[in-house]
Design a protein around this ligand. Structure first.
Ligand SMILES: Cc1ncc(COP(=O)(O)O)c(C=O)c1O
Length: 358
């Protein structure tokens, strides 16, 4: 489908941050956005790239009442030679469509999503930062825009993409996080919407996250909602354990978001011949293993940080340090490899990177 392009005029352009090293995540947005409307029976129409602007929504727009909204998060990387690359973008686009199906929303053709993204990046290429570690964060979003009350799937939707430059996650090297295990609150339950990247999951996580912050912790470690015994995720990341020389991560059971970084770490580990196990793991096993000294590393994985080493865990008011809070060898190795592939500094044997051609 044709994408109408309305470039920003000089007066509509936004101020670019002068100092890339001072970028704060999620605060700065590029000049343009993509937007298209969906109507049941007519499909996606009116696709355009226009200057970044406010949305106009009816106060009865269904997303504002029933939360029918999904999103994605991926990045565009500028290599030393100036070329622009994406990392496994089709995985995000397929996940958007899986989220859409789960939330009774319309899907969007993956090749069309790629075409849209390339057109948007072409216009805002100057917004992609230059230093390794910094990138252009891309936020595709779909919301139910039909003005109607009454709980049912909407018949009208908006799909839009905004982008914005983000700085290096670790400008001064890894910073192991302190995490708080909550057995009081849960994020998602099997059969619910935990494996969809839908807005409600993030709203549901806020209360426990704030509580953890007040207690001095960076993130919450989520347990399963039924037994409050099995480890699921950490903050908005998937979680990995290195017990002796085995890498363990909980299986995708329905309540966990299938992270693309998680999948990349698993593929890399298998490629390197590391013993990998996707198996359920109880918090009691985690604690016992830390106590026995066999827990060599714990880390989270996600697009924002790539790898986030865990230094300390608080469970039932007891604090446990993982290997004196030092950064683990595997955490560093996965981080260096994935970042290296994303910035063209390491060979990509998996066919993960996609050059954006303008
Ligand atoms: C709840 C949750 N889990 C895990 C992840 C990690 O997913 P990815 O590696 O695709 O960024 C994210 C981030 O998108 C998330 O929001």
């Amino acid at each position: 489908m044709e994408i109408k392009i309305q470039p920003a005029t000089a007066g509509q352009r936004r101020t670019k941050p002068a100092d890339e090293s001072k970028l704060v995540f999620g605060k700065t947005f590029s000049d343009h956005m993509f937007i298209t409307k969906y109507q049941s029976g007519r499909g996606w129409q009116d696709a355009r790239i226009a200057p970044y602007e406010n949305l106009s929504l009816d106060p009865a727009a269904m997303v504002l009442h029933y939360g029918q909204g999904i999103f994605e998060g991926l990045k565009a990387y500028r290599w030393h030679n100036g070329d622009i690359y994406l990392f496994r973008p089709e995985k995000n686009m397929e996940r958007l469509n899986r989220s859409a199906r789960r939330m009774c929303m319309p899907e969007i053709d993956v090749p069309w999503q790629m075409e849209i993204l390339a057109a948007l990046l072409k216009l805002d290429v100057d917004w992609i930062p230059h230093s390794v570690g910094s990138s252009l964060y891309i936020r595709p979003t779909m919301i139910a825009s039909e003005p109607a009350l009454g709980v049912r799937p909407a018949q009208e939707y908006l799909y839009y993409i905004i982008t914005g430059p983000v700085g290096a996650y670790y400008p001064e090297g890894f910073n192991p996080v302190r995490i708080y295990v909550t057995d009081e609150f849960t994020r998602a339950v099997r059969g619910g919407v935990g494996e969809a990247k839908t807005m409600a999951n993030y709203a549901a996580s806020l209360f426990a996250a704030e509580m953890a912050k007040k207690k001095g912790y960076t993130q919450v470690l989520w347990l399963d909602a039924v037994e409050r015994a099995w480890v699921e995720e950490v903050g908005t990341m998937n979680i990995f354990f290195r017990i002796d020389d085995q890498l363990i991560t909980p299986p995708l059971s329905g309540s966990i978001l299938p992270g693309i970084t998680r999948d990349s770490v698993l593929e890399l580990a298998r490629h390197w011949g590391l013993p990998v196990s996707e198996r359920p793991i109880k918090i009691d096993e985690v604690i016992a293993t830390i106590r026995s000294g066999k827990m060599r590393e714990i880390f989270g994985t996600g697009t924002a940080a790539v790898i986030s080493p865990v230094g300390e865990i608080c469970y039932k008011d007891q604090l446990y340090r993982i290997q004196d809070g030092a950064v683990g060898e595997w955490s560093q190795k996965f981080y260096d490899e994935i970042l290296g592939i994303q910035y063209g500094e390491k060979i990509d044997p998996f066919g993960w990177i996609r050059k954006v051609t303008f």
